[in-house]
Write a protein that binds this ligand. Sequence first.
Ligand SMILES: Nc1nc2c(c(=O)[nH]1)N[C@H]1C(S)=C(S)[C@@H](COP(=O)(O)OP(=O)(O)OC[C@H]3O[C@@H](n4cnc5c(N)ncnc54)[C@H](O)[C@@H]3O)O[C@H]1N2
Ligand code: MOO
Length: 394
Amino acid sequence: MSLLPVAEAQARLLALAPPLAAETVALGLAAGRYAAAPVLARRDQPAAALSAMDGYAIRYAERPGPWRVVGESAAGGGLGRPLAPGEAARIFTGAPVPEGADCVLIQEEAAREGTRLVMAGEGPRGPGGNIRPRATDFAEGRVLIEAGARIEARRLALAAIGGHGTLSVGRLPRLALIATGDELVPPGAPLAGAQLPASNSPMLTALIGPRAIVADRGIIPDDLAQIAQAFREAAREADVIVTTGGASVGDHDLIRPALTEAGATLDFWRVAMRPGKPLLAGRLGGAVVLGLPGNPVSAYVTATLFLLPLLAHLAGSAHPWPRPRTVRLGAALPATGVRADYLRARLEGDTAFAPDGQDSAALLALAAADGLIVRPPHAPSAAIGDSAALLDFA
Ligand SMILES: Nc1nc2c(c(=O)[nH]1)N[C@H]1C(S)=C(S)[C@@H](COP(=O)(O)OP(=O)(O)OC[C@H]3O[C@@H](n4cnc5c(N)ncnc54)[C@H](O)[C@@H]3O)O[C@H]1N2
Ligand code: MOO
């Protein structure tokens, strides 16, 4: 099997499963989820002309007064009657402008004695001054949030003010995480001989964060029957099964044979990227299987480029791909070969430095990095000051 280009592998992964069904959740629980349908405004905002300032509602043509202050309009209330000629109403920010008034005189520019009011400054800039007309933010029926958009804090506020107490969002994927390797022990456990703390599962759980409901299925030894059994059990509940390790070609790399044993179909294996070459993907029952390489940096890079977009796609995102940005190189880089390079890089302002020693097991360099410099296959060498694509870490 030859190496699959990264973009092709990404497209094939997402083609393995459609987005999950929608569910309705309370607005406060919708943060970070994706709108399953366009969110439409259920009301005009503002629903009436409101004062933008604390002061007096007046008629512009009657400046500089005097006016007689006949009452008050506060946020949530109102004057209760129209203003007659020569009348003004005390008004506060966010309060409905009484009928008959066409601007607001701010209180710093007003002189009041008892009910007598005169202008004592420049006054409003014209009719409509210091007033937010009805529906200036949006009108009922307008699309507030596109289907597939992520519900950020800003959009959540927009949905709330648009009249929504619940939202229809894509269901969160259920993810089963399986670490494989005879050498692995849980972090913090005593180590004997060549044993190694299993760092991939906690790393991936933290990286995934609220994007999925993660079930950590622990460490499975390098045993075909046990790995196949773990696959079968995970496929009963999970939308996504993620393994780390055992994806390569060694005698103890059993993920592919175990998948076959469990009855899965393999879609692709081996991608033209460094690190991350042994990545594989397939389907088992209703689950998408993503086999990440065991090397911790390879697992992190492939999770960034494949797993997070898959989770976003399943949760209903219309834009699941990470967006690289352009930076300057702070040091020269060699030409690339048949694989795309994803270099762990530190940023100083908009200048990126990829330290030597880009080993796919070197977690110290990964932890110190800010993102990945992305270099396509067969790229010529690059000089200091050249521009390059950078993927910020999630
Ligand atoms: N002859 C070849 N050998 C290798 C190739 C190849 O093409 N031909 N590919 C190399 C590449 S690239 C990678 S990446 C590695 C990854 O292979 P596996 O996915 O089979 O990973 P393992 O061999 O199981 O483990 C590699 C490495 O990572 C450590 N590891 C595994 N799981 C964890 C974990 N949960 N937490 C921390 N560390 C973990 C493991 O102990 C190994 O040191 O294969 C190359 N070989
Ligand atoms: O591509 Mo492997 O992921 O070099 O270490």
